[in-house]
Design a protein around this ligand. Sequence first.
Ligand code: ADP
Ligand code: SF4
Length: 679
Amino acid sequence: MLNGQYDILFEPLKIGPVTAPNRFVMMPYANGHSYLMPNGAIGIREMRAEGGWGIIGMQLSEIDPTSDLSGLPYERLWDEGDVAVHAKSVERIHAHGALASIELAHTGLRSRGAENGYPAMGPSSLPTLKPEMPYSAKAMDKADIKRLRASFRAAIGRAKRAGYDMAYVYASHDASILWHFLSPHYNQRTDEYGGSFVNRLRLLREVLEEARDEAAGDMAIALRFAVHEASGPKRITCNGEGRDVVEALADLPDLWDVNVSGWSVDSTTSRYARQGYQEEFTSFVKQVTNKPVLGVGRFTSPDTMVSQIKRGVLDMIGSARASIADPFLPTKIREGRIEDIRECIACNICVSTELAGVPVRCTQNPTMSEEWRRGWHPEKVPATTAAQNVLIVGGGPSGLEAALTLARAGHQVTVADKADELGGRVRREATIKNLATWGRVVDYRLYQLQQMGNVYLFPGSDLDADGIADFEADQIILATGSHWLRDGQGRSNLAPIPGFQNAALTPDDVLDGAEITGPVVIYDDDHYYMANALAANLAAKGHEVHIVTPMPTLAGWMGNTLEQPRMVAELLTVGVRMSPNTTATGWQEGALQVVRSDTREPQKAIPGATLIAVTRRMPDTALSDTLTARGTAHRVIGDAEVPGTIQTAIYSGHRHAREILGSEPADRIFKRERPMLFL
Ligand code: ADP
Ligand code: SF4
C-alpha cells in the first residue's frame, strides 16, 4: 500500500493561463511519424494521454518552408491547411483530460534546403550543420529576420487555432535558429543581433515576447532551452551564458523546459549515464525564475521523481523514452502498481529507428507505433474464447513476451528453459559492465508472469522432441534463441577464417564464464555493442585488450544509438587498443594475421593469448528441424527465427502471440497511412 508518498506527482500545476492536471509531461520527442503519418502519430499521443500523462507534446514542428529537415520524419505547421490535422490530435489528447503542447521550431543551420528549395539560413554565412550535405546557410539580413519573427508569430496563431494549450519556443540543441543566434560559436554578426550577449539574445527575446503577445493569455508559452552544452568550442554552459539566459528571461516564458545539449548527452544510454544525470546542470534554474521548471533525465523511478520535486530541482517530470516504454507509467504510479511499470532500459533503439526515418520501435514496448495501425494496446490483449494449452520452449525475451501476451489473453502457458534461470540472452548480457539495466526486460516480464495463475515456469528443463510430444500442447512455440559462430564468419566476411574454429572463444563462452588468460584479441565483425562491451568489461578486470575490426570505424552502427563517440572514448580511457580497417585472414601461433581492409596490404600480426570472435549469430533450429521432420506443427519466434536485437526478439514474441490470438490480418496487410491524390 502507498502512504501518499507519490501524491506530489499528481498535484495540478498552473502554467500561465492553463493548468496541467499532474506533473507528468510526455516530451515533444520525434516519433518517426512525419506529417505524412498523422494517424499513427495521433495513436501514439492518444495512448499516452490515456495512460495519464498530464501534458502531451507534439514533436518538433517546422513553422514554415524555410525550415527544411528534408527526409527526416518531423511535423509541419506551415499554414492554415495544416491546422485541421493538429486540431484532431489535440482533440484526441483532450478527450483523456491531458493538455496538448506543440514545439514550434525553425531549424536554421540544421535545415537542408534540399526538399523545399529555399536556402538554409543562419546568423552568419556558414556551412550547414549536417556534413553529408554540401550546402551553406545564408547570413540572414534584416528582412529575413523580420520574416522569421512574423513566421513564428503566425505559427503561434495557428497553434492557438488548432486548440493547443501550450506552444514552445524552441531554443535547444543545435536544431534551432534561436540557438544559433545565441551561440557565440555560430553567431559571427556585427550588427545588433551579434557580438555582445545582449545582442545575441535579442532574437530569442523578440520571438518570445511576440509569442506571448500572439498567445494573448489563451495559451501558455514555454521556452525549451539547453542550459549547458557538453562539448564544442565557445560553449554555452550552466555556469556561464546558460545561466545568463535564464536570468535575463527569467519570468518571460510561462514554463522553462531545460536540458543539456547535444542530443547524445541529452538522451544518454544507461551504459553511460544514471537516472537524473541532468540535475547537476539544470538545478540552478529554479533558483533564478519564479516560473515552473520542467526537465528530463530518463526518469523511471517514482521515488527519484518525487525527490526531484521535493528538493526543488524540477516542478515537472519530463519523459520521452520512459513514456515510449510505458505509456501507462503515471497511471501505474497513481494506482500504486509500481511493480507493473515497464521501465525503459535506455538502450536508444528508439533513437536508431527515428534516425532511420521509420515509426519508432522500443525494446521494452512492442506496441509502440502500433497503436493505430495494428490496434495494439500496451496493457490489454483480446481475451480468448477458447483457452489452449501453450508450450513455449525458451525463456529469453521472445519466449517471455509471447508467454505474457498469451497468458493475458487467458491461455494456459508453460515456459520451459534448459538454463537454471529464465531470461536467455538478456540475463547473460546484463552481467556485462554497465549493461545491468537491460535486465529490466526480463525482470518486468518474469514478475508479471509470476503473478498469474495460468502460467507455469520451468527453468532447468532441457526439452527434446519426445519431451515436447509428451506435453500434448495445443500450441508449440520454439523460442530457442541463437548462438555466436566461432569460425570467423561475420557480417563483412561470409566464409570461415582459418584457425578460428579451433582457437576462438565466442561471446557465449565468455558469458558462460570461460577462463580468459593473458592479452585478449577481440575480432569484431558484428559492429554493434557486444565486442566493445566485452572489451570494456575485460579491460576493467585488468586484461590487456586489443579490438580489431574490418570496418573503417569501430561499431559505426552505434552512431544510431548516439553511443559511438562515447564508446570509443570509454575504450581509450580503459586502455583498449583499437585497429579499425583491419581484416583478419587467420589465427596462427597465438597471433591474429591481418591485412588492411581497403588495400589488402598485409599488416603486422596482432599477438594474444585469447582470441574472441564477435562475428555473427546463427539461429538454433535443431529442435524445430526435428519437429518438422516428425510433422509436428509449431512456431519459431525471436532469435531462433532470425537473430536480431533484443527489440526484434520482443517484437517477434508479441506479434506471434497476437497471430495465435487471431487478431492479426492473415494476409499481413495492416492498416496504413495513404497519401491523398490531388490529380
Ligand atoms: P530470444 O532472444 O529469441 O528470446 P534467447 O537466446 O534469449 O532467445 O533465449 C533462448 C532460450 O532458449 C535460452 O534461454 C535457452 O536456454 C533456451 N533453450 C534453447 N534450447 C532449448 C531446449 N531444447 N529446451 C529448453 N530450453 C532451450
Ligand atoms: Fe527506452 Fe530502449 Fe525503449 Fe528507447 S527503445 S524507450 S531507450 S527501452
